[in-house]
Design a protein around this ligand. Structure first.
Ligand code: GLC
Length: 733
């Protein structure tokens, strides 16, 4: 895979830490912006415009977390981390700022605009032939990667930004959340109901109500008496508890985090140099200045308040940072209301008034009214806005690393910037129980992977609004393939746990979640290989089949690892769908982990039946899936037996990665690889397995189908690692 990298520097940019693996020789001699030949640059007083003239065949891929599909051409996107609870098609910003994109046409070029303030990306929106970028600043870096394929360019980018975050293996299990399980008893009920319904589940979440009046690093004693015992009690039932941590620190004298923050000058300041005040869940708060080393260390150390009770995972929230209002804006609003009372409310003053209400939250004027200490200077927040959530999560990661250097903690964030993937994953924020958001999950996942965010997932079932059972099933059937697999629902919505539906739905969800657990050997191996080899875990078909023009428009089928293509159902009342196969594949229509219903589907457009309780898994030629046993939790999975299901054309050569799942040994050790070879020798099909010494695996059942639809089976063991497979059925074709 050939690539060449060019590095341009304009002005004196702030160090974001996004790119960490650029060769020294390139880093030391950046090119000037004028040398960036693909774009015309216009530098103004406070902004920079970059203009690219599209070739007809150009596509634009990437940008991570957006509302858009595979090809961003025709869209307008704004890179500015936003607390955006309404994921509507017209929304230009979400929680993450991911300024990496690839222009794919006659040439293949990737660009990363390393700038932490706002950027408008008009990707042929105003004028379909022009890509117009407006950077709200004159100090930034640009990295250009020219390559011979999309795959090569993305690989190079993933190499530049460094190795991605790896959660503990239990982070691949099913996770149950709700805003909120308010008390210890609520959590106990969920835990018991999960086990009673025989639904695998590894973690239950603590949303904001576990805290004492929403104060970070506190526990409400009334709702969670003897927290440490409670964590232990849940651990004995094999559940992890994952508390939320919000960015804002409540202003309250006597509250240690607040007092320490004031004493240590850890908070962002206003124009007068006083700690900046805004309102979020706890009421009035200060925002820790995460751009500052000392503050990151101080806040990161605080996670110990919870880890000391046995907590092993966290989700960082409201870290765009979200602002409900500031006292000044609220005062101005009240004045406006008072003034409105003086005359009759007409249609214009009414809209003005409602506009004022909406404008209270997350106002740009507020983001322009506070400052960070970067080195010896004060930097206005809006200029570095996109680094806030990133540095909060960096602070948490580094704090947790200090607490236990070798332990993998679960950690993910809502806001993010390129480079944060080294410290944690992300979830896709406050979606809704809409079919459109099932589809959105599928659009975001590969774009996020291109930007390094592989540990990602949506609030399965939808955060806002009520989910119906069909939506629930179809969404879970997609989410079993996302590394972060969490069901989450907002306050006021219906119960959304898998057992909260009718019996038939619960039974279907049990099988769906069970299939996730069965697939863990394959999914975990694929994730780890992606992290280590710097390739996406999940990708659009175009990543692998770039010579096939048909796949340029396919965004509702995804590749998961090397072996699997999925084609989820994301519309209501469907019992099947059209699928485009770039080559022949082996289709397993699964309603449980039992491997029946295998058939070869030929290259081309095919209608595939997928009943509500079924999932369509397409195995690519000469590839295989590995299925393990199902258990209540990832840790309880019996690793002695496995089933390998493959599509045998010429020969399958598969290696499965595994490791201890809990330490960082994967960083310097090989991990354990199990290798499988399945080959045709005339009429004979021979399977050979190299069992890994450290792996508990004793026996592997092998099921393969060849291109003619002939199924072969056999079992290898440590004693007989090499066997001939037997023909078990012939579908008559
Ligand atoms: C935000 C988060 C959501 C959480 C809620 C309450 O909206 O995105 O996941 O449940 O805050 O903490």
């Amino acid at each position: 895979m050939e690539t060449t990298i060019f590095y341009y520097r304009q002005g004196m940019p702030i160090e974001t830490g996004a790119i960490i693996e650029l060769e020294d020789s390139i880093k030391r001699s950046p090119k000037r912006l004028e040398e960036l030949s693909a774009f015309d640059a216009v530098i103004e007083v406070e902004t920079t415009r970059l203009i690219y003239h599209f070739e007809k065949s150009d596509m634009v891929l990437g940008f991570g977390e957006t509302m858009k599909g595979l090809d961003k051409r025709g869209s307008k996107l704004v890179s500015f981390c936003s607390d955006e609870p309404n994921h509507l098609p017209s929304k230009e910003s979400l929680y993450g700022a991911h300024n990496f994109f690839v222009i794919l046409g006659e040439k293949t070029r990737g660009y990363f605009i390393d700038f932490p303030g706002e950027i408008l990306f008009d990707v042929g929106f105003e004028d379909k032939n022009i890509f117009n970028m407006v950077i709200q600043g004159v100090d930034f870096d640009i990295y250009e990667i020219q390559g011979d394929s999309l795959k090569a360019v993305v690989h190079k980018f993933l190499s530049l930004i460094g190795e991605g975050y790896v959660p503990p293996k239990w982070g691949f299990g099913y996770q149950q959340c709700r805003w909120s399980y308010e008390t210890a008893d609520d959590i106990r009920r969920v835990a018991k109901a999960m086990r009673a319904a025989d639904i695998p589940c590894d973690a239950i979440y603590l949303d904001i109500d576990y805290m004492e009046r929403f104060k970070d690093f506190t526990i409400c004693d009334e709702k969670f008496p003897t927290f440490e015992n409670f964590v232990r009690e849940l651990r004995d039932l094999d559940f992890k508890l994952v508390p939320i941590i919000d960015a804002g620190v409540k202003i309250e004298s006597g509250y240690d985090v607040y007092e320490e923050g004031i004493r240590g000058n850890h908070f962002c300041v206003d124009e007068k140099g006083l700690p900046f005040v805004a309102a979020v869940w706890p009421g009035l708060v200060h925002f820790p200045d995460f751009l500052n080393d000392d503050t990151r260390q101080w806040f990161g150390d605080k996670y110990e308040v919870l880890t000391r009770h046995g907590i092993e995972g966290f989700w960082n929230d409201m870290n765009e940072p979200a602002i409900f209002y500031t006292p000044e804006r609220l005062k101005a609003f009240y004045a406006h209301v008072e003034k409105s009372k003086e005359k009759a409310l007409d249609i214009y003053s009414f809209f003005e008034l409602t506009g004022e209400v909406r404008g209270l939250a997350n106002s740009m004027a507020d983001y322009k009214s506070f400052y960070h200490r970067v080195g010896d200077t004060l930097v206005r927040h809006d200029k570095v806005h996109n680094l806030y959530g990133y540095n909060m999560t960096r602070s948490a990661y580094q704090g947790l690393e200090k607490i236990d250097p070798d332990k993998r903690f679960l950690l993910f964030s809502r806001a993010s910037y390129i480079g944060m993937h080294r410290y944690g994953g992300i979830w896709m924020g406050d979606n809704g129980s809409w079919w459109e958001h099932v589809e959105l999950t599928m659009k975001m996942l590969p774009a996020l992977n291109m930007c390094g965010f592989m540990y990602a997932g949506a609030d399965t079932g939808g955060f806002q609004h009520d989910a119906d059972s069909e939506l629930m099933i179809r969404w879970n059937q997609l989410s079993i393939f996302t590394p972060l697999y969490r069901n989450h629902a907002a306050m006021g919505t219906r119960d959304q746990e898998p057992y909260a539906f009718d019996e038939e739905t619960t039974a279907t969800l049990r099988n769906v979640i069970g299939l996730r657990y069965a697939l863990i050997p394959y999914l975990y191996s694929s994730y780890m290989k992606a992290v280590k080899k710097r390739v996406p875990y999940s990708a659009n078909l175009i990543m692998a089949y770039d010579k096939d023009v048909r796949v340029r428009e396919i965004e509702d089928q995804l590749l998961i690892g090397d072996s699997l293509m999925i084609a989820p159902i994301y519309k209501q009342n469907r019992s099947g769908r059209m699928v485009y196969l770039p080559e022949d594949m082996l289709l397993w229509t699964s309603s449980s982990k039992e491997v029946s219903n295998l058939r070869v589907v030929k290259q081309g457009d095919r209608y595939i039946d997928v009943a509500l309780e079924e999932i369509a898994l397409f195995i690519r030629p000469n590839q295989a899936l590995a299925l393990g046993a199902v258990a209540d939790t990832v840790g309880a999975i019996n690793a002695e037996t496995m089933t390998v299901v493959g599509f045998l054309c010429d020969g399958i050569e598969m290696s499965l990665y595994d490791d201890d799942g809990s330490t960082k040994a994967y960083k310097h050790e090989q991990g354990f690889d199990t290798k499988i070879w399945i080959k045709k020798h005339g009429d004979d099909i021979v399977a050979r397995m190299a069992f890994c010494e450290h792996h508990g695996l004793m026996q592997v059942k092998i099921i393969v189908m060849d291109g003619n639809g002939v199924r072969y089976e056999g079992a290898v063991t440590r004693e007989t690692p090499s066997i001939s497979l037997e023909k078990v059925s012939w579908n008559g074709k």
